[in-house]
Every structure is written in structure tokens, then in C-alpha cells.
Design a protein around this ligand. Structure first.
Ligand SMILES: *Cc1c(COP(=O)(O)O)cnc(C)c1O
Ligand SMILES: [Zn+2]
Length: 438
């Protein structure tokens, strides 16, 4: 694990930063998560020696004392206040306003769930494409420009499609977006509007992803979640940094995270560990990381429940399409994150997902997509089963906006009354409504 010195000399010549300050050496390059071998910064994602996944590595010693609570607080109100801990060498190219989303104390939901302290980290608002994917894409597209690519691409369960298409437009890059053909209309429309080339593939996300690996080998495109995955996934750390900073440089007792490929949960945990390494958090970290998945596609939570590090791929069948990855790339690391932090996981049925969406909307005025319904439902189960003690603090990760997946709710909600535009019609309707609720 600590076998990282190798990569130091690599980084000195290649892609060295131009701004010439003390942070010039912040990036060591890439490092294999399995064998620890170092690589220079490049659009690669697999270790040539052991086929392990590559991850961005930093000179934490050089960052100590340079990245402080004060230096971060002096930064912009966006994810770029953490730029020194993100793999960007030069200037930020796209997504200048991504991040620093609201952290909301959810007192009504806490009352309903019988828990002392619940917070919602709300990435479903104040983002260009209303999901946390804008964080990962802002890093990946900036990196694609740094490496001189003219085309970006992705395999997507929906939100990534929206975000890659939008940021490619902003960067004036060409984009190819690959999605499973049965995606929600809202997600398709919110991709097409940015004028990418959208390729609907008749198959599951996992089949789309396999196809994209082959395409990435053949064409020189920046596939944000394939060959750019090491850079892409680092963007998720900003979600974790914000949780800690917005809680007043405090770590919560629990964070519940929806898992698709398993990257977000892994990177929130990495973010907390980095803050600890840099001395930005006092005292021991006692955060338990919990995974939330749909019953119809929950291979990571199944690993956790069976306490096995072997992932069994599944064929997804759930309304939470943004989480419908049957063979998650970071499944093993997501499982390890829950183990290492003393967390657990919970599955949510389609019915529970809808109830979770409605519960969050009714109690906090936050309309999240199906993935958020999964997270709220999972949190409820973790509290009810005592995995999350009722007197501790919990952050619920809300990662996408409900207006993109209205399909899930059409049959569940209807207009209460329809009247002619007269006061007497309304009076009559009101009397009827009141008698119904009595
Ligand atoms: C992609 C996505 C996730 C999970 O992301 P991974 O990093 O792949 O686990 C969670 N919520 C929403 C809304 C997403 O679109
Ligand atoms: Zn390796």
C-alpha cells in the first residue's frame, strides 16, 4: 500500500503544472489500488501489471499546512474551493459553479423517523443538471481538455448523460452519450437538449458499459467513466468535503449513500480520510458509511449483508434506474468502505422507494428522484433496525432531482378537485374535501 515513492520521479517531467506555486507538486500521478505501483498522469485506468484500478495520488506532505480551513474558506462557493485536493493541474475549464450545495437540517424528517439529528446533503438543486454527477463531470471534462481530447463520451444510467452532454457543450467538445434504451423520458430529453450524439443501446447498463470499453479502446475519446474514471471519481470527494465543512468541520456519526457503480460512497470516505490526514478534522473519525440500493439491483448491499467480498452481478429490475448497475465497477471498494468504517447497508423495494420520495417531499419540501427515495427508505430501515442509533447524527445523501423521474409518481398522485372558475364551485368543493378527510 505504501509503495508509492516510485511515482514521484514520474511526475516531475510529464504534465507538470504551470502555475509555479508551492502546490506545483501536489499530484503524484496515478497509483494502482491493488499493487500500489505508480503511473504518470495520463488517460489510463487499469494497472498494466495486476489489472487493478488506478486512482489519483497526491503529495499529502506538500499539502499539509498549505491546505487549511482558512485557505478553503477563502475559496469560491463551489467545489473548486477544494481544488488543491482535486486532480486539476491548470485552470478550471467548465462547471465553475458546481458544488457547495445546501446542507439542510431536516427536523421534520427526524421527528418522523424518530432520530435526533438528520441532515440532507442536497445535490438535487443548484447544479447545472440537478444531480451530483456535475461534480465528477466538471473534473473529467476539464481533464479531457488538459490532455487535448476533442471528444468526450460516457456510458450512463441517466444523470451522467445529462451532465456530460451539458459540460461538453460548455467546453465546445463533441460528445457521444451511450444509454440503455429504456431510460426515463425526462433523462433522455435533458440530454438531447444539449445536442450531443445520443446512442440508445438495446440492453442493460452493464451491456452499454461493456460496449463502451470496446469503443474506448478503438477511438481516442475521453470516456469520463471508463478511461477517465480515475479523474472522474475524484470529483465525488467534493461531496464529502462539503459535508464536513458545512457541519462546522465535524464528521457525522453516519452517512447514508446511494450506490450505483459504488464510486461516490468510496470517495466520500476518501475525502474524510484526506481531511484527517491534513489535520483539518480534530479527534477520531467515527463516521459509519452505509450503502443504499434498490432491492431489484442491490449487489453491493447483498455483499454487505452476506459479509462477502465477492460481488455477484445481477440483472437490474427497479424503478431506480440511475442506480441500476448490476455489475458495479467499484462494488468491491464500496463494500470495503462500509466494512472499514463500521457501516452497513439496506435494500429498498419499488414501493418503499416511492414512499421515501413522498416522505422527503412531505416533510422537508425536497423533491428527489428515485435514487433519493432509495436513500431515504434505506435510512429509515437502518434506524428502525437499530443499526443507526436514534441519538446519533445522520447525513442522508440526496443526489438527484425528482423532476427528472416523474414517471415513478404518475399513478400515485392525482389532482384533488377540478372546478369551474366560480367561488360557489370552490365552496362546494371545499365542503366535499373536508367531509372526505373527516
Ligand atoms: C450515479 C448516481 C449515484 C451513484 O453513483 P456511483 O458513484 O456510481 O455509486 C447516486 N445517485 C444518483 C442520482 C446518481 O445519478
Ligand atoms: Zn497493480
Amino acid at each position: 500500500m505504501r509503495n508509492v515513492l516510485l511515482s514521484v520521479q514520474y511526475n516531475s517531467g510529464l504534465n507538470s503544472p504551470t502555475d509555479g506555486d508551492a502546490l506545483m507538486e501536489k499530484l503524484r500521478g496515478l497509483k494502482c489500488r491493488e499493487c500500489g505501483r505508480g503511473y504518470p498522469s495520463a488517460p489510463v485506468h487499469v494497472c498494466e501489471f495486476c489489472f487493478g484500478p488506478l486512482e489519483v495520488d497526491y503529495h499529502y506532505e506538500a499539502l499539509k499546512g498549505v491546505v487549511t480551513r482558512q485557505s478553503i474558506a477563502a475559496g469560491p462557493p463551489s467545489m473548486w474551493r477544494y481544488k488543491d485536493l482535486l486532480p486539476i493541474d491548470g485552470d478550471v475549464a467548465v462547471g465553475h459553479h458546481v458544488g457547495f450545495t445546501p446542507m439542510v437540517r431536516a427536523r421534520n424528517l427526524a421527528d418522523e423517523l424518530g432520530c435526533r439529528e438528520i441532515w440532507i446533503k442536497n445535490d438535487s438543486v443548484s447544479h447545472p443538471t440537478w444531480s451530483f454527477k456535475d461534480r465528477v463531470v466538471a473534473v473529467a471534462v476539464t481533464k479531457a481538455l488538459e490532455f487535448g481530447f476533442d471528444t468526450v463520451a460516457c456510458a450512463s444510467t441517466g444523470n451522467l448523460a445529462n451532465s456530460v452532454a451539458a459540460h461538453a457543450a460548455e467546453a465546445r467538445l463533441k460528445s457521444y452519450i451511450f444509454i440503455p434504451a429504456d431510460l426515463e423520458q425526462g433523462k433522455i430529453l435533458a440530454t438531447l437538449v444539449y445536442n450531443p450524439t445520443l446512442v440508445a443501446v438495446e440492453g442493460t447498463y452493464d451491456e452499454v458499459n461493456r460496449l463502451c470499453s470496446e469503443i474506448a479502446d478503438k477511438y481516442r475519446w475521453a470516456f469520463v467513466n471508463v478511461n477517465f474514471r480515475p479523474y472522474y471519481s475524484e470529483g465525488s470527494k467534493s461531496y464529502g468535503f462539503e459535508i464536513v465543512e458545512q457541519l462546522g468541520w465535524r464528521t457525522p456519526d453516519h452517512i447514508v449513500v446511494p450506490c450505483a457503480g459504488g464510486s461516490l460512497i468510496t470517495k466520500i470516505w476518501k475525502a474524510i480520510k484526506e481531511f484527517k490526514t491534513l489535520g483539518l478534522i480534530e479527534g477520531p473519525v467515527r463516521t459509519h458509511m452505509h450503502a443504499a440500493q434498490a432491492e431489484g439491483c442491490g449487489p453491493i448491499v447483498t455483499m454487505i449483508k452476506n459479509d462477502t467480498d465477492v460481488l455477484k452481478p445481477v440483472r437490474p429490475k427497479t424503478i431506480a434506474k440511475s442506480l441500476a448497475i448490476g455489475n458495479p465497477a467499484d462494488g468491491f471498494y464500496a463494500y470495503r468502505t462500509t466494512k472499514d468504517s463500521g457501516g452497513f447497508g439496506a435494500h429498498a423495494t419499488d414501493e418503499e422507494i416511492i414512499e421515501g420520495m413522498l416522505l422527503l417531499a412531505r416533510t422537508e419540501g425536497i423533491f428527489t428522484e428515485t435514487a433519493g427515495g432509495v436513500t431515504v427508505a434505506a435510512t429509515r430501515k437502518l434506524i428502525e433496525t437499530g443499526v443507526i442509533p436514534r441519538d446519533q447524527s445522520v447525513v442522508i445523501s440526496i443526489t438527484g432531482n425528482g423532476l427528472k423521474t416523474p414517471d415513478a409518481l404518475y399513478d400515485r398522485l392525482e389532482t384533488h378537485v377540478k372546478i369551474r372558475p366560480t367561488l360557489s364551485a370552490f365552496d362546494r368543493a371545499l365542503t366535499d374535501l373536508k367531509s372526505q378527510t373527516n
